[in-house]
Design a protein around this ligand. Structure first.
Ligand code: FMN
Length: 171
């Protein structure tokens, strides 16, 4: 967890005729949240950017990983993780990189607060419903329903991604 340190601040209290200066050191702890995603044509990557905006807008710090750069050893550093993957194959997670990474960390997600997002094409979001079910069954807490975008995120979907990020900070 990183700590933002502000310089010593003087607070003046007016006690009738006396002005008392109290010097107080302010510390604000910024929460680090991981965003781990895979994207083939950039749509889920775009969503990742909006989730990041939402986290930062709510006062958190986002650390972004592509799926090939995240593994079991990194999970313990985060109590909150956003995961992004499009619908691939036949309503499944991307199978070459994301699915193996997710399978390898899934047992460590028990007790973590997580948020899911991803883009899809011609389906109806079935892959996201299966993914949510899978996450709940391993004991992870979903901070809200997964956010899905039909191909490139539109304005509403972008806003939903930002809300998802903010919800993770507040969770
Ligand atoms: C090999 C392949 C399989 C796909 N399978 C599905 C699918 O089962 N259901 C669906 O809704 N979209 C499917 N899509 C569409 C992608 O989910 C969609 O284009 C998405 O926007 C890709 O996200 P990305 O730009 O982050 O890679 C598939 C796309 C590809 C290339």
């Amino acid at each position: 967890m990183s700590v933002l340190k502000f310089s010593h601040t003087k607070i003046y209290i007016n006690l009738g005729y006396t002005k008392t200066a109290i010097t107080k050191k302010l510390e604000y702890k910024m929460e680090k949240i991981a965003i781990v995603y895979w994207s083939g044509t950039g749509n889920t990557e775009k969503m990742c950017g909006f989730v990041k905006n939402g986290i930062e807008g709510a006062g958190g710090e986002a650390v972004v990983y592509t799926a090939d750069n995240f593994d079991k050893s990194k999970v313990s550093g985060y109590s909150k993780i956003a995961l992004g993957c499009p619908s691939m194959g036949d309503e499944v997670l991307e199978e070459d990189v994301f699915e193996p990474m997710f399978s390898s960390i899934e047992s460590d997600l028990a007790g973590k607060k997580i948020a899911l997002f991803g883009s899809y094409g011609w389906g109806d979001g079935e892959w996201m419903r299966s993914w949510e079910k899978r996450c709940r069954s391993i004991g992870a807490t979903l901070v809200s329903d997964g956010v899905i975008a039909n191909e490139f995120p539109n304005d509403q979907e972008a806003a939903d991604c930002k809300t998802l990020g903010a919800n993770l900070v507040k969770a």
